[in-house]
Design a protein around this ligand. Structure first.
Ligand code: NAD
Length: 495
């Protein structure tokens, strides 16, 4: 971050300290170094931010800007991020510990997201409906939902924020955003961009701090019309519960336990390389990571031997270490959770093929966890069932297509998955029957801002990205206009 970038809360168009003056020190998980010190907001600060967002919404200062101009504004946001890409990527790499090259890739995706919503902001204002009556004009128009609360996680801090901010602004909403307490800096930077580009006061507000103090009011407060959350299942449930009394709209992007199904006729080398990518990119801290390798028996032994060897060769390191191929986990607490998760998997009968250690002496200052492969896994093994959220691949095997589908769907989650085969029929049948929101065929991880993203089952509700990602932030209103008002006589006059 440059020296003149503010590091505070942003409420009603002004950078402000926390009302208690409390702060939180942000450290880089790769080496424990201090990245910055930011204010720690209180529930009262969140209340102020919500009130500012409500005032801005009710003043119509942003809603009444023509949708095309709101779109132009988002294109300017995309350009501003591009111009400051190095600063943004460095800030993301420092907060998360991820490799700079990965953070740079995230910034490209963020720019694409703002461009996409910039371009479609005025593309679908509504539609005419045939009322079967020549004197009636019946139309459906789209209007912003109102005040949006946004709560985001630490693994892709600004990417997840941009999937919410871009469509919310395109639709004309006001918002209050709370990034994960461990990774606030790029969300501060995007607010700086919105401020410098002249977004009217109160339309965007930023609060920083812990989930239970600063995040919870966003889901509870009756003046918040929609809460959009990306994070873990347990938190998602709490948010849905606290949103229920005010019946606000709730959009949840939760975890995944994503199957990577490999048939014996797949391109072996491509499937192998992508299985590594699926499970270990970004230290496995990806909601859609291919953590469940489901492989046909004929090729399983050779494939897992190779996977084990290649996983063991992956070099761990800090964000700016050019030799590094993967980074650390986000915190000591998170590493403890992953360690416990793997240990429980092994106790339940999984065989450790590689990994399950914290790296050598050179990694002592950070929260590293080596890429891990567990085979001989049964369906009820906790490592197969739970979202460990770390660089861990479990291996299950199948004989028939039907068995592969059953194993792949045997999870309470439904975020993403892949099928690898050289047979078009198998690819089509299996991809249609997998109960997950994104399916890759002979690939893993790519996504497009134009295509909807979200979960079946306990991976969440609602969709981000694509046209549906814009509609999350809009209400449909039917206007039925009778151009020739007439007496109906339904209740005949008695006198
Ligand atoms: P988390 O649920 O612990 O925290 C996410 C956010 O919620 C943070 O900002 C946190 O402060 C806040 N929070 C915590 N308790 C809260 C409460 N009671 N009320 C309101 N807010 C609260 O998740 P995490 O550990 O930061 O992120 C990892 C999880 O996110 C994984 O499960 C991962 O799969 C999921 N994720 C999903 C997607 C997706 O697109 N589906 C994308 C990224 C991450």
């Amino acid at each position: 971050m440059s020296d003149n970038t503010p590091t505070s809360l942003y409420i009603d168009g002004a950078w402000v300290a926390s009302s208690t003056g409390e702060t939180r020190t942000i450290t880089c998980p790769a080496d424990g170094s201090t990245v910055g010190v930011v204010p720690e907001a209180t529930a009262a600060d969140t209340e102020k931010a919500i009130a500012a967002a409500k005032r801005a919404f009710e003043s119509r200062v942003w809603v009444d800007v023509p949708a095309g101009q709101r779109g132009d504004f988002l294109l300017d946001v995309a350009d501003a991020i591009r111009d400051r890409k190095d600063e943004f990527a460095r800030a993301e790499a420092l907060d998360t510990g991820k490799r700079l090259v990965e953070a740079e890739g995230d910034m490209d995706d963020i720019i694409s997201c703002f461009r996409y919503y910039g371009k479609i902001a005025d593309s679908n204002p509504g539609r005419l409906v045939d009322a079967a009556d020549g004197s009636v004009i019946s139309r459906v128009v789209y209007e912003p939902v109102g005040v949006c609360g946004m709560i985001t996680p630490w693994n892709f801090p600004l990417l997840q924020a941009s999937w919410k901010i871009a469509p919310a602004l395109a639709a004309g909403n006001s918002f209050v955003i709370k990034p994960a307490e461990l990774t606030p800096h790029t969300t501060i930077l995007i607010i700086d961009v919105l401020d410098k580009l002249g977004l009217p006061a109160g339309v965007a507000n930023l609060v920083l701090g812990a989930g239970y103090t600063v995040g919870a009011p966003l889901s509870l407060h009756p003046d918040v019309d929609l809460v959009s959350f990306t994070g873990g299942l347990v938190t998602g449930r709490k948010i849905a519960e606290s949103a229920a009394p005010s019946v606000k709209k709730v959009a949840l992007e939760l975890g995944g336990k994503n199957p990577n199904v490999i048939f014996a006729d797949a391109d072996f080398d491509a499937a192998l390389d992508n299985a590594l990518n699926a499970g270990f990119t970004d230290s496995g801290l990806v909601c859609s990571a291919g953590t469940r390798l489901i492989i046909q028996e004929e090729i399983a032994e050779k494939f897992v031997d190779e996977l084990t060897r290649l996983a063991g060769d992956i070099v761990m390191g800090g964000p700016f270490d050019e030799k590094s191929e993967t980074g650390p986990l986000i915190s000591k607490e998170h590493r403890d959770k992953v360690t416990d998760y793997v240990n429980r998997g092994i106790e339940a009968g999984a065989r450790l093929r590689t990994g399950a250690h914290w790296g050598g002496e050179e990694h002592e200052q950070g929260y590293f966890y080596a890429p891990t492969v567990l085979d001989n896994c049964t369906a009820d093994n906790p490592a197969v069932v739970e979202e460990g959220f770390g660089p861990v691949i479990t291996v299950e095997t199948f004989r028939t297509e039907e068995e592969a589908i059953e194993i792949a769907n045997n999870t309470e989650y439904g975020l993403a998955g892949a099928v690898w085969t050289s047979d078009a029929g198998t690819a089509n049948r299996v991809s249609r029957r997998l109960r997950h929101g994104t399916i890759w065929v002979n690939d893993y991880h790519p996504y497009l801002p134009q295509a909807e993203w979200g979960g079946f089952k306990m991976s969440g509700n609602g969709r981000e990205l694509g046209p549906a990602g814009l509609n999350e932030y809009r209400e449909a209103k039917h206007i039925y206009e009778n151009t020739q008002p007439a007496v109906t006589g339904w209740f005949p006059r008695k006198n």
